[in-house]
Write a protein that binds this ligand. Structure first.
Ligand code: DQA
Length: 143
């Protein structure tokens, strides 16, 4: 079983960027924690980060995975293209946001992904990725 973890724009700056909102842990460290978790769950894991909407669409279209943990970052609020790519491949995914977007500006309250996601994890900090991985693997094993 292979899980793809996709991180969208500006998440490469985690640990340096708006630390009061996103904390001081880097994306590399988050990925390292997820590698450990994936090993425990006995699943393959791969990471993809891009600041470019088209590159994220292209990666989704490769469909070489069984499930996706997706923090599309700002594209969650804007991207019909990423929504359409996820609909096209029809693979289960969990939407993650590190911050509680509902406590923030109103433009972050809409997501083009939430209603087609298996589930949404918002405001659990970096742990959201691990909870998402855990649940996604459970659901895929059940299927
Ligand atoms: C984010 C929330 C988005 O609104 C924002 O644009 C991000 C990060 C989060 O993980 O909290 O870049 O997806």
């Amino acid at each position: 079983m292979k899980i793809l973890v996709i991180n969208g724009p500006n998440l490469n700056l985690l640990g340096e960027r708006e630390k009061s909102i996103y904390g001081d842990i880097s994306l590399d460290s988050i990925e390292q924690r997820l590698i450990d978790k994936a090993r425990m769950l006995n699943v393959e894991i791969e990471f993809f980060q891009s600041n470019s909407e088209g590159e994220i669409v292209n990666r989704i279209q490769e469909k070489d995975y069984d499930g996706v943990v997706m923090n599309a970052a700002a594209y969650a609020h804007t991207s019909i293209a990423i929504r359409d790519a996820l609909l096209a491949v029809s693979v289960p995914f969990i939407e993650v946001h590190i911050s509680n977007v509902y406590k923030r500006e109103p433009f972050r309250h809409n997501s083009y992904l939430s209603d087609i996601a298996l589930g949404v994890i918002v405001g659990f900090g970096i742990y959201g990725y691990e909870y998402a991985l855990d649940y996604l693997v459970k659901v895929l094993r059940r299927a």
